[in-house]
Design a protein around this ligand. Sequence first.
Ligand code: 2RA
Length: 342
Amino acid sequence: MGYRVAVVGATGNVGREMLAILEDVNFPVDEIYAVASRNSIGVEVNYADKRIYCQAIDDFDFSKVDVVLMSVSGAFSKEWSPKIGKQGPIVIDNSSAWRMDPDVPLIVPEVNPDDASLARRKNIIANPNCSTAQLVVALKPLHDAAKIKRVVVSTYQSVSGAGKAGVDELWDQTKAVFTLGPTEPKKFPKQIAFNVIPFIGSFNDDGYTDEEAKMWNETHKMIDPAIKLTVTCVRVPVFVGHSESVNIEFETPLDEDEAREILRDAPGVLVVDKRDDKGYITPKEAQGEFAVYVSRIRNDHSAPNCLNMWVVSDNLRKGAALNAVQIAQLLHERGMLERAHA
Ligand code: 2RA
């Protein structure tokens, strides 16, 4: 016996990944619905060996489903998630709209699964930002072992984090550089092809960006508000896969060998860390994979109780669609989607 599942935003990159991953992980599905805005009515998407056709959100009866995977803008989610939740299903929302709401759990199943118990407060669960999701999977087991004091992160975020428009812009600009065509930026503030941009999102008053603030706010909510975290988020000309250079200071000693052993046993983490050309992971290798890869674990010689490491994951998967499906699996395992069986 399975569940009745709706994917809202089913025509987008993340929506399509959600449908693919539901099948990949054998999530128990009885009925599946693709939902999108009115202008996507009838657009075809794939689930398993079936084609399904998008229905308009305005006309869709959400009382007939048990769980909704939502990949839409924050503004859209603000309007729709509470309306959908009131009809009964739990909404697992990929936008930034609900992440810091105290009545909405923000969940990475490997990190804070017990927060799922708060899911019925609003019938909404938030998925973290992609760059936070992969970071906390790597930080949590280390924090449990030696209590993290401070983290310094620099991100190298792929253009797919900015959606299809970001992917198209890198593709078009790359071709245009060779054909002497126009390389005017549209989605990003500056040319992204053959360049890097130290800015993602929008500026806050303190000079950080909202993308950077998400990283410490969400880490505090999911792991520990006492962790000090500072970050620079950078967009790089990579299609899929976010990378992070991470420096961690611990309260008590933890050396690189101990960290490697802890991370080898950690859920969701794959350690690839040898000192040769194949001994570390790049975004290209992480694309299409489920794991958070940790490489280049090194003692920091400049300060006591500090380590450096390199963290890479597929931002469309662990950073978005996979985490959302894993939350649905968690709810299933904890009997929180039992309405399907009523
Ligand atoms: C980005 N983190 O990469 C964002 C997407 N949520 O632009």
